[in-house]
Design a protein around this ligand. Structure first.
Ligand code: PLP
Length: 393
């Protein structure tokens, strides 16, 4: 098409898309591109590849010719396996309450498309993974935040403040727990108070449970709204195979939704992705059936890494850090830093250390950096050494 045939304004994306925040972690990554070797802790990803037995299930499925479209809501075997898995972890649910998605981020987008209209008001607990902050904005929602409070002894939620923001005009609460980037985890008691309040005002709860199995307390399973939700409650849980089973690149996730919404959810899946790849779903079934030792191993590795990193960081003068209760991230305050993006760019340029700027997780994260501790002790020690050098230079 000739460029003069369209007025330039016609080439612009929708206003709500233009207003989205570009990824600051990506900006930083570009900064490090010219360097030969970056000691990178900025990505939210396990440091180990998907185990062989899970990969093999995908390979076997492809070799068996499973390369065609399949059910919108997922193959029945995976929905059944997930219903069993969730029923063991939480409360009894049926396969007809589960839908398979193309990873966690897609689960959150589709769940939002299901319920959030332009102009709706939603509330989020922050700092928070940027994708979850932007998804409701893509749909034209107004996002209000309730901020966690930092102290070196732990991140805390002011429950009264949160409930005060959840008014009859609120469409949904987005709550990610264990939380990326802080590791803060909502307590069962707080969940009961939130659910009761949301029931009273007809507010949806979108629980982002991506890290529920990376929880360092109470037997390794974080408290879940699925433990307490009853028939008729407006509760949706989004989850993913990415972190628990070391499957980030496979793009497999799921939603648990009230039965009455499943048919409409199927339509949205049809018009977004049509279905998750069937061979990926086969790998998911094997992960669920045989993957518990993988989760136990990751949890034990990450717990050791967390304890090591926090102890080492606490030796540095300008650094404050709380012990994360879950996830694989430490969210670290660096005294004297008021532009975390500029600080992280300088850090990667001058020392080759890659950390994620706290401002990527919302203005409430300014002054902090996020460190993914899914890494060997040797790499973590190298990273702390580089940070120390940068802070004392
Ligand atoms: C809080 C949170 N939720 C959901 C996800 C979704 O992960 P994926 O899209 O890989 O399943 C992530 C990934 O980093 C995350 O940090």
């Amino acid at each position: 098409m000739k460029s003069e045939s369209l007025p330039s304004s016609a080439l612009a994306a929708r206003a709500s898309v233009r207003a989205l925040t570009a990824s600051k972690i990506r900006e930083l990554y570009n900064e490090g591109l010219g360097r030969k070797e970056v000691l990178a802790f900025w990505v939210g990803e396990p440091d180990q590849a998907t185990p062989d037995f899970i990969r093999q299930a995908g390979i076997d499925s492809i070799e068996a010719g499973e390369v065609f479209y399949t059910h919108n809501l997922g193959i029945p075997e995976l929905r059944e396996a997930l219903a069993r898995y969730i029923s063991q972890l939480h409360t009894g649910i049926g396969p007809d309450e589960v839908a398979i998605t193309s990873a966690g981020v897609n689960a959150l987008m589709i769940a939002s498309q299901l319920l959030v209209d332009p102009g709706d008001r939603v509330v989020e607990v922050v700092p928070l993974w940027p994708n979850l902050q932007e998804i409701p904005k893509i749909l034209g929602a107004q996002v209000e935040t309730a901020a966690l409070r930092f102290s070196p002894s732990g991140w805390t939620l002011d429950i009264e403040e949160l409930l005060g923001k959840l008014t009859p005009n609120t469409k949904a609460l987005y709550l990610n727990s264990p939380n990326n980037p802080t590791g803060w985890t909502v307590t069962a008691e707080q969940q009961r108070a939130i659910l009761e309040h949301c029931r009273k005002h007809g507010i949806w709860i979108f629980a982002d449970d991506a890290y529920e199995r990376l929880y360092f307390e109470q037997g390794g399973v974080a408290p879940s709204f699925l433990d307490i939700a009853e028939e008729g409650d407006r509760v949706i849980s989004a989850n993913t195979f990415s972190k628990s089973w070391l499957m980030t690149g496979w793009r497999l996730g799921w939603l648990v939704v009230p039965r009455g919404l499943v048919a409409d959810l199927g339509k949205l899946i049809e018009y977004n992705t049509s279905c998750a790849p069937v061979f990926v779903q086969r790998a998911g079934i094997v992960a669920l059936k045989e993957g518990e030792p993988i989760i136990a191993r990751s949890l034990s590795r990450y717990r050791k890494a967390r304890n090591f990193l926090v102890a080492e960081l606490r030796k540095l003068e300008r650094v404050e850090v709380a012990v994360p209760e879950g996830t694989m991230y430490a969210f670290i305050r660096i005294k004297g830093v008021d532009d975390s993006l500029a600080f992280c760019k300088k850090l990667v340029r001058e020392t080759g250390l890659g950390l994620a700027p706290g401002s990527a997780f919302g203005p409430e994260g300014e002054g902090f950096v996020r460190w993914c501790f899914a890494a060997s002790e040797e790499r973590l020690a190298d990273g702390v050494g580089r940070l120390k050098k940068a802070l004392t230079a």
